[in-house]
Design a protein around this ligand. Structure first.
Ligand code: LLP
Length: 415
């Protein structure tokens, strides 16, 4: 459930109309709902109940400082993939002691900073990374807390670009090699093995792949215990899908119940790294129709948001719902909703039945995750503004980028 609903014929976020927000802040505009974000975070936290656990929100989904700050206030942990994301968490008031660091290519400087701040765990993805982390920790005179990210070779049954748990993917350590690597890690003096990590993909809409992966992870954990390598936690990664159109992904409660049923009486603390399921349906991208362009073949609605603002449709052929802020009530005709960028792939939606006039406002739903964070300056388009709504109040949490800011840092060659 989210807090984007029609009142008196106008789409609202919580108690504010999107028309009001467009007037105040202009378009294109990302609009987030605080109540929805918090509700989704609590859904995971509550679902894991009394079992020792930590919800580590995946920062890459939506890394706005205000979003991170709200989740930090709830006591959230964070899953990061770069030192940039780590600095964001710190600036947003997050606790480094609740940060897990994922990613296949951690640089030395990134490891150092994370060690200095005392993060909760490094999710290590290769033998070479293990060696480097050991050396860096030794140089700093500390011990690095480590999990190995294992690749359980299960098919997440999602888009190939966001499927990560198959053996041909670059992620993690093959589950069959993991035992050997754990032995090596245990012999390294500056590492402290504390867990296993696993993330098999994103936008999963069924429980089976999660359950299969967990069985494999648990089997490995037990084998390690037999060898005297005792783990403290299992990190189950993120990946729970959301409804964009007609998917029926499990709810966080159902997901947690399925996981806890497998874990039964085990002592492991459970870490989860949800991103999309927390932020996705907590945001929309608000855009205005610039022109209607009927051609012999199709009707185009040219809007002021483009693939640089929201790349998911162009990159993954992702279907994202596009709804009028103030429906006109007519039957509508099929429109391709496209942006001003000079690429045929620049579309937000195709063949959408809408009743439109130039100047109308449209909301692209489910844009709270992997929306702003994947935006770019392509075509020298400044990044859009971001607003957080809290009841009947709105906060500009990230002002629209100016052209000066966009070009700052560039220089001409000397004459
Ligand atoms: N943990 C790790 C290690 C990850 O790689 C990811 C996402 C997550 C957690 C969070 O997954 P989530 O709960 O959000 O599914 N840009 C794509 C999604 C890429 C996901 C990458 N990894 C999209 O727009 O669909």
């Amino acid at each position: 459930m989210d807090h984007f609903n029609y009142h008196h014929g106008v789409l609202h976020v919580e108690a504010l109309s999107l028309e009001t927000l467009a007037q105040r802040h202009g378009t294109p505009l990302y609009v987030y709902s605080r109540a929805t974000l918090e509700r989704h975070w609590h859904a995971f936290d509550r679902a894991l109940g009394d079992h020792p656990h930590l919800v580590c929100y995946a920062v890459k989904a939506n890394s706005s400082l205000a979003v991170l700050n709200l989740l930090a206030r709830l006591g959230s942990g964070f899953d990061i993939v770069s030192v940039g994301e780590l600095e964001r968490v710190v600036r947003a008031g997050g606790d480094p002691g609740k940060v897990v660091f994922s990613g296949v290519g951690k640089r030395t400087d990134e490891m150092r900073r994370a060690l200095e701040l005392g993060i909760r765990c490094f999710n290590v993805e290769s033998a070479a990374e293990l060696e480097r982390l050991n050396a860096e920790a030794g140089a700093l005179g500390v011990t690095a807390p480590v999990s190995l990210r294992v690749n359980p070779d299960v098919d997440a049954q999602t888009h190939p670009y966001i499927s990560t748990g198959l053996k041909e993917n670059k992620f993690g350590v093959d589950v069959t090699d993991a035992l050997e690597l754990y032995r090596r890690a245990a012999a390294l003096p500056h590492l402290n093995i504390i867990g296993i990590d696993c993330h098999i993909g994103s936008q999963l809409t069924r429980l089976e792949p999660f359950v299969d992966a967990l069985h494999r992870v648990l089997h490995l954990a037990r084998t390690l215990e037999d060898e005297g390598i005792r783990l403290h936690h299992l990190d189950l990664g993120g990946g729970l899908g959301i409804c964009y159109r007609d998917e029926h992904p499990p709810l966080p409660e159902q997901y947690a119940q399925a996981m806890l049923a497998v874990l039964q009486d085990t002592h492991y603390e459970i870490l989860v790294e949800p991103g999309r399921a927390i932020a996705g349906n907590a945001g929309v991208l608000l855009t205005q129709v610039e022109y209607l362009k009927p051609t012999r073949h199709k009707h185009f609605a040219i809007v002021d948001a483009a693939m640089n603002d929201l790349i998911r449709p162009a990159l993954y052929s992702a279907w994202m719902d596009i709804v009028p802020v103030r429906p006109r009530g007519g039957e509508g005709i099929p429109y391709d909703v496209v942006g001003p960028v000079c690429e045929t792939g620049d579309f937000l939606g195709k063949a959408r039945t809408l009743d439109l006039a130039a100047g109308d406002l449209l909301a692209v739903r489910s844009a709270g995750a992997y929306g702003f964070t994947m935006s770019s300056n392509y075509n020298t388009r400044p990044r859009p503004a971001e607003v957080m709504v809290d009841g009947d109040r709105d906060w500009l949490i990230h002002r629209r980028q100016t052209l000066d800011e966009l070009m700052a840092g560039e220089t001409l060659l000397p004459g």
